[in-house]
Ligand binder design. Structure first.
Ligand SMILES: [Zn+2]
Length: 432
């Protein structure tokens, strides 16, 4: 065979009528070169098309698999969200039944030092176990003479407190320790402002009990989320303070059980008055009503009349509001961890809002908020004006409660200046 050169290249020629069962080819330098070139091109094109079809098939299969996975994940997400939405009303209701027949937490002997510390806003709320906090709450009810004074069954008080504890969720912020903080601050204010001298004992009972119950079964997602996500709670309460209405309803579901009913010794009329008082106070903790409630109080404060029921109710509403958001009144080392807890809960909400394509409030967005920015505005425009208005009636809170607020505001302003300076340095660094 001659060599395959450029001048005389090999050509492919099919051997027709040959004895071979499959087409065979031989390489000949012939005149039919062009024809065979065409055949070859066609074959090559067909092969290429066949490969492309295979590629396409693989791609389609892959895409289908991805889509299936996505549908599955979306389904799981939807199921998870649905579960969370119905969580509060179905999963949690079982807790309303007391789970222990006899209150089982050990009776802590509170030292004289603890008993004294409990009366002040400086009390360190972080060093106590739930059982110890329960004992402290029990102590407050006894110390204020609510147990003996109203002939309350001490065992019922214990069972009730246990049931309260079981009906606070393990949220970063809205948990049983927050309930304890708010109630302990209320107790401090009762002591500091000698409220027992100006309020009736029924009012004191309402203030304390509303504080204990004010965030029962809080799901960790605020009213805005409830409304935007159209949760079962928002639907049930027609978007009107869904959470506060729920906290209140849970409180009275608990009281409806005989072994948790600390009001069993009251007659129907007295119970009605206590129930109305507690409802009013818990509903007042909705921050959406802050401006309305504070304005109403400001109108009364300069000519405040302790014998006027409307005035007293308004003052009680402001008092529970003060206690609810009073963390910054506490010493810095007690107050600061609460900011982290609150931001954690906010971020949990904003992450979920982003995942569910719901509106996100900038103050909850982890991309936009920092500890100082979160606190400065809140202390300056919400806390200080409210406490300064209360100070008109109770000047003694200036030193004990408002001074720490001013110090906290100054500290966070300094921290913000440091943050700003750091950001400027970072910006210059990036530009350079
Ligand atoms: Zn609260």
């Amino acid at each position: 065979m001659s060599h395959n050169t450029e001048r005389s290249p090999y050509s492919v020629v099919p051997l027709t009528g040959g004895q071979l069962a499959v087409p065979s080819y031989t390489f000949l330098p012939t005149d039919k070169e062009e024809l065979f070139q065409n055949v070859l091109t066609q074959v090559a094109e067909q092969f290429s098309r066949a490969f492309k079809i295979n590629e396409l098939k693989t791609e389609v299969t892959n895409r289908l698999a991805m889509l299936e996975k996505r549908v599955e994940l979306e389904g799981m997400k939807v199921a998870e969200i649905e579960k969370c939405h119905s969580h509060i009303l179905s999963d949690l209701l079982f807790k309303l039944t007391p789970q222990r027949d006899v209150p089982s937490y050990p009776k802590y002997h509170l030292s004289q030092e603890t008993v004294e510390a409990l009366r002040h806003p400086t009390f360190d709320v972080w060093q106590w176990e739930p059982n110890e906090m329960l004992s402290c709450l029990e102590h407050m009810y006894n110390d204020l003479d609510l147990v003996k004074g109203f002939n309350m069954n001490p065992i019922t008080l214990k069972s009730w407190l246990l049931c309260i504890h079981d009906n606070y969720q393990v949220n970063p912020f809205h948990n049983f320790r927050h309930c304890f903080c708010v109630t302990q601050m209320m107790y401090s204010m009762i002591c500091l402002c000698s409220l027992q001298e100006i309020f009736t004992q029924v009012d004191i009972l309402i203030l304390m009990t509303a504080a204990v119950c004010h965030d029962l079964q809080h799901p960790g997602y605020n009213n805005t989320y409830q409304i935007n996500a159209r949760t079962e709670l928002a639907v049930r309460y027609n978007d009107i303070s869904p959470l506060e209405n729920h906290h209140c309803a849970v409180a009275f579901q608990i009281f409806s059980q005989p072994d948790c009913n600390i009001f069993s010794t009251f007659d129907a009329e007295a119970f009605k008055q206590i129930r109305q008082g507690i409802i009013t106070l818990i509903l007042a903790t909705d921050m959406a009503r802050h401006g309305e409630i504070l304005d109403s109080f400001k109108h009364k404060v300069d000519r405040f009349d302790f014998s006027d029921e409307e005035h007293v109710t308004c003052l009680k509403m402001v008092l529970i509001k003060c206690c609810d958001i009073s963390n910054e009144v506490r010493p810095m080392e007690v107050a600061e961890p609460w900011v982290d807890c609150l931001l954690e809960e906010y971020f949990m909400q904003s992450d979920r809002e982003k995942a569910e394509s719901l509106p996100v409030a900038p103050f909850m967005d982890r991309e936009k908020v920092t500890k100082p920015t979160a606190q400065i505005g809140f202390i300056k425009f919400v806390l200080i004006p409210m406490f300064e208005t209360v100070m008109k009636l109770f000047p003694q809170i200036d030193e004990v409660m408002i001074q720490p607020l001013r110090e906290s505001r100054d500290r966070y302003e300094e921290l913000k200046q440091i943050d700003d300076a750091m950001n400027e340095v970072r910006y210059i660094y990036v530009c350079v």
